[in-house]
Design a protein around this ligand. Structure first.
Ligand SMILES: Cc1cc2nc3c(=O)[nH]c(=O)nc-3n(C[C@H](O)[C@H](O)[C@H](O)COP(=O)(O)O)c2cc1C
Length: 498
């Protein structure tokens, strides 16, 4: 193709230049040919990209299609029930609830129900009355002086840096209007988080907002922020599902001057928070750190977030809590299917325990150690609907967090560009031009409505099971498809053997 480019390109360009020279044609066509020839010549001479070198000029078409492949997939190929990580149906549900418009489904389900992997709620013949009030849960164990009444659904950790200023402001204002909390993410507590909504302040291994010059934990800086009235809870981040054992990543494109100042790091380079904490390095140290933060914050709820990996480590940690008689007020369990702004694919695809077994394990372990009543379990991992909230509670959670659900409520279209600063909806970018498209006064109401309508749906489902209180929910309210085959076996043992 390279050869052909020169064989046809040179004579054609020269011919049109001559035609122009003899005033047979105007300047436009020769100019187009000259520009195309120059681009092709550069392509053919460069040594970085084989496709462009071998296919000068037309090689760009491949790059163009590659850059818009998520959109092509989404607009032309994807069906309503597929699309990853979230299907079109799932996304539409969130958009409708955020816009506070009808989210009902016409004509019946599109799911295949009569299958062994079907999962459904066992409704009652005598449904309870739907509670109009949105559910709340008190967080604060025996040593907590300032317990916090949290909503059942809240905004999961996402930093300023990962998300834009307008996205953070909208989330916080939505949280204020709906009376739920907004987790800062490990990027630190910024002025954009302080719009009036309740805050769960997350502290990662980078200690952004409470670090000294060497990047170590600074107790004085921590104390100053932890005692702000907006800060209701403090979360130590051990790991997150999308990249457990890796630490945070802020891509260079998103590390602007403003963010680097807030975080106390060099601008325009990729910032990796280390995978491990420097304030502690074993079970004993972690439990002591919890006690230290509780003391420095004058008794606010302190917890930690993790994705479960080696299960025996969690058991050892429980032993240590009992040994020191010191317990976190909450533990946030993040499933390996969790989202992120940026992560190495090996970590996203192949490290950590998924949401369901992790939640069951943590709940069971705390019960077995006899300490479940002292600790609230918060969970995150694709919780986007009333159904997923009820399911999380049935598996052992007390409180749910959602990250990507709230991103959709802001207008995220799953463009999968959170890591390159090109998010077209102005949510996961620091590009001011893109961010301007996200108008805070419009979007914060969507955050509010999404939260309210989702919890209302959870209340409706709870009532359908005939129960009045979320504390009555356990796994017995769910049925699985394989129960149908057992039923069939029971009634037709001869001809329906499986
Ligand atoms: C853009 C983005 C940024 C995130 N940043 C953080 C973070 O700073 N700290 C953290 O613990 N988790 C972070 N997470 C993970 C979420 O808090 C959450 O645990 C995970 O996405 C699962 O929830 P989801 O399925 O509702 O998204 C981030 C997720 C996303 C999508």
């Amino acid at each position: 193709m390279r050869k052909k480019f020169f064989i046809y390109g040179i004579p054609l360009t020269v011919t049109f230049l001559l035609l122009y020279f003899y005033q047979i044609i105007g300047p436009v066509i020769p100019l187009i040919f000259v520009v195309l020839f120059v681009i092709g010549f550069i392509d053919a001479s460069q040594t970085k990209h084989t496709i462009l070198r071998n296919f000068p000029l037309i090689g760009h078409v491949r790059y163009l299609f590659e850059s818009i492949s998520p959109e092509i997939q989404q607009y032309f190929i994807e069906r309503s029930t597929d699309g990853k990580p979230f299907s079109r149906n799932e996304r539409s549900l969130i958009y409708q609830r955020s816009k506070n418009v009808d989210s009902s489904l016409p004509f019946g389900t599109q799911m295949h129900l009569n299958q062994s992997n079907y999962e459904g709620i066992k409704h009652s013949m005598f449904p309870a009355k739907v509670n109009k009030e949105l559910p709340r849960v008190l967080v604060g164990g025996p040593d907590c002086k300032k317990p916090y009444s949290a909503s059942l659904l809240n905004i999961s950790a996402m930093s300023f840096g990962s998300l834009s200023e307008n996205a953070i402001k909208s989330l916080n204002l939505g949280a204020q209007k709906g009376n739920f909390y907004h987790n800062t993410g490990e990027g630190g507590l910024t002025e954009f988080h302080l719009q009036g909504g309740d805050i769960a302040w997350q502290i990662g291994t980078g200690y952004f907002g409470c670090r000294d010059k060497e990047g170590n934990f600074d107790a004085d800086k921590f104390s100053e922020k932890a005692n702000l009235p907006a800060v209701k809870m403090i979360e130590i981040k051990l790991s997150q599902g999308a990249k457990p054992g890796h630490g945070g990543v802020l891509p260079a494109q998103k590390n602007t001057l403003e963010i680097s100042k807030i975080r106390g790091v060099e601008p325009f380079i990729t910032i990796y928070s280390p995978p491990r904490h420097s304030a502690f390095n074993d079970y004993k140290g972690l439990v002591e750190f919890i006690a230290q933060l509780r003391h420095l914050s004058n008794g606010k709820p302190i917890g930690f977030k993790l994705c479960i990996g080696e299960t025996s480590e969690f058991e050892k940690l429980c032993n240590e809590m009992i040994q020191q008689n010191c317990y976190p007020d909450f533990i946030t369990v993040d499933g390996a299917e969790g989202g992120t702004g940026s992560a190495p694919p090996e970590f996203s695809d192949g490290v950590g325990m998924p949401f369901e077994p992790a939640l069951i394990f943590v709940n069971k372990t705390l019960v077995n150690f006899g300490i479940r009543n002292k600790i609230r379990i918060i969970c995150s991992g694709k919780i986007i609907s009333g159904y997923s909230i009820l399911r999380a509670i049935a598996l052992g959670a007390d409180i749910c967090n959602s990250a990507r659900g709230f991103m959709f409520s802001l207008g995220c279209i799953q463009a999968l560009r959170c890591n390159n600063n090109e998010c077209p909806t102005g949510i996961a970018t620091q590009n001011k031009m893109l961010m301007k498209g996200l108008v805070v006064r419009e979007k914060f109401d969507r955050v509010y409505h999404y939260h309210k309508n989702t919890l209302h749906s959870a209340n409706e489902l709870l009532a359908a099971t005939g129960k009045n209180n979320y504390s009555e929910v356990d796994i017995s309210i769910f049925m699985r498809g394989d129960e149908f085959s057992k039923l069939a076996n029971h009634y037709f043992p001869d001809n329906l053997e499986i």
